[in-house]
Design a protein around this ligand. Structure first.
Ligand code: SAH
Length: 262
């Protein structure tokens, strides 16, 4: 399937990112915003809703589920405090948008979805986007490199240092997100432990299985609450295994349900 991402879409994206940058909870310099630029959100919604894709709203994606608000994705991702190469477990692949944001930030992503329909829909899309994001990163790197090498005000050593640093942030990852159809409550014991875990559905409590699959020093971001609203929690697993828990306000997510749906 050819991915259509025009200048118009780029413009809409810049607009959305400018809006998101105004949110005082996320520092303006966060790499999350650049990742939003690399991932064309309109491709995760039906074509008829292209324009809405770049408004700060949640949206139906099928099987009664929603793609999260852009600001929620940005905020949860920011709280994860990603480092390049982090091994990240995502619960609730949904449309795959959050998965692609994590990939664009250089994470090694494992994602689980319990709705078969969504798993089957997002898998090929994520794979196409991985190729697209990689190619774009390569293009951006080559442009940056040319710009640095043409800058006569820099010494050779300065040029080399700048090219190296651009390469290290823009070098595409070889790791393709690993997607699975299953129950997120079980996590991914085969691939544990994880540096980070992000739960994108509202959990009634903090699942112990997921805590067990987090590395000492690891971080889990999870909206917790039994009713319609949840409190965003950032859980840091200390080296000795105890948990430190911070709270970041109220959000509304679809519920984290047990078992799989056909
Ligand atoms: N990250 C998604 C958000 C989708 S909404 C995106 O960017 O689009 C949350 C998703 O969590 C839904 O698709 C829902 O089916 C899924 N979900 C709920 N409970 C789950 C569970 N136990 N295991 C895996 N996925 C679950």
């Amino acid at each position: 399937m050819p991915l259509i991402d025009t200048f118009k879409h780029h413009g809409l994206r810049r607009h959305l990112i400018n809006d998101l940058r105004r949110d005082p909870r996320i520092p303006e310099s966060s790499p999350v915003f650049e990742a939003f630029y690399q991932v064309p959100r309109h491709l995760f919604l039906d074509k008829a809703f292209e324009l809405q894709a770049y408004s700060n709203i949640a949206f139906q994606i099928g099987a009664g589920q929603t793609i999260s608000h852009p600001i929620t994705v940005a905020f949860q991702t920011y709280l994860l405090d990603l480092e390049k190469g982090d091994k990240v477990l995502e619960i609730g692949t949904g449309s795959g948008f959050q998965t692609c944001i994590l990939f664009a930030l250089g994470a090694e992503v494992y994602s689980i979805e319990r709705q078969k329909e969504l798993y089957l829909k997002s898998k090929p899309l994520i794979h196409d986007l991985v190729v697209y994001i990689r190619e774009n990163k390569k293009k951006v790197f080559l442009e940056k490199k040319t710009e640095i090498l043409e800058n006569k005000a820099l010494t050779r050593d300065q040029q080399r240092a700048l090219v190296d640093s651009a390469e290290s942030t823009l070098r595409p990852r070889n790791h393709v997100p690993k997607l699975s159809y299953g129950d997120g409550y079980l996590g991914q014991p085969m691939h544990a432990p994880f540096d980070k875990i992000i739960v994108t559905c509202g959990a009634p409590g903090i699942p112990q299985t997921l805590i067990d699959q987090l590395k000492p020093g690891g971080i889990m971001i999870i909206p917790v609450g039994e009713g319609k609203e949840q409190i965003m929690k950032r859980i840091i697993k200390q080296e000795n295994g105890t948990l430190s828990i911070e709270e970041y306000g109220t959000f509304k997510f679809v519920p984290m349900l047990e078992n799989t749906a056909k």
